[in-house]
Design a protein around this ligand. Structure first.
Ligand code: ZN
Length: 160
């Protein structure tokens, strides 16, 4: 039987009532850009397992990695799962291989933040079931708000 690491601590992240939606994550201290916040943890599913599951509006806790594994932060996740979405985020999620060769999702600051600042990432959700963007409305209030937490509409233009 394979034992999972315990949920790692996230000393720079405090969970509290969000200014935007439900609970949010806040910096416990001033942090520079690219400061490590923690790993996005939770139950992992393979692509095949995900395909057979029915999700009940839990999309915002799911992260699908480029190896097609999905991490469900609502099961065994740590404080990083409370980062809310913003269309102009101050944090980002970065994939990386750990020492064991496992693909992990690292949360880090994108810019310098002050102690007490709410932390955000851009979820860029993909609704595989074809849900309209209005099903995942965004209330981040930033000037460049897309109005939805879904990823920007893919255009016909080829990727650069
Ligand atoms: Zn927004």
């Amino acid at each position: 039987m394979k034992h999972r690491k315990q949920t790692s601590s996230t000393p720079f992240v405090r969970v509290g009532p969000s200014g935007v939606h439900g609970l949010g994550a806040f910096a416990t201290r001033d942090l520079p850009a690219e400061a490590f916040l923690g790993l996005y943890e939770g139950r992992r599913y393979t692509k095949a397992e995900i395909a057979t599951k029915v999700w009940d509006d839990q999309l915002t806790y799911l992260f699908t990695l480029t190896n097609h594994e999905t991490i469900d932060g609502s099961k065994g996740g740590n404080a990083t799962r409370h980062l809310n979405h913003s269309c102009e985020p101050n944090c980002e999620a970065v994939e990386e291989y750990d020492e064991g060769g496992e693909l992990v999702l690292k949360f880090q600051t994108l810019v310098a933040v002050d102690a007490g600042d709410e932390l955000f990432i851009d979820y860029s959700l993909t609704a595989d079931d074809g849900s309209p963007p209005s099903k995942y409305p965004c209330h981040c209030g930033s000037p460049g708000c897309r109005g939805t937490m879904l990823a920007p509409e893919e255009t016909e233009a080829p990727a650069p």
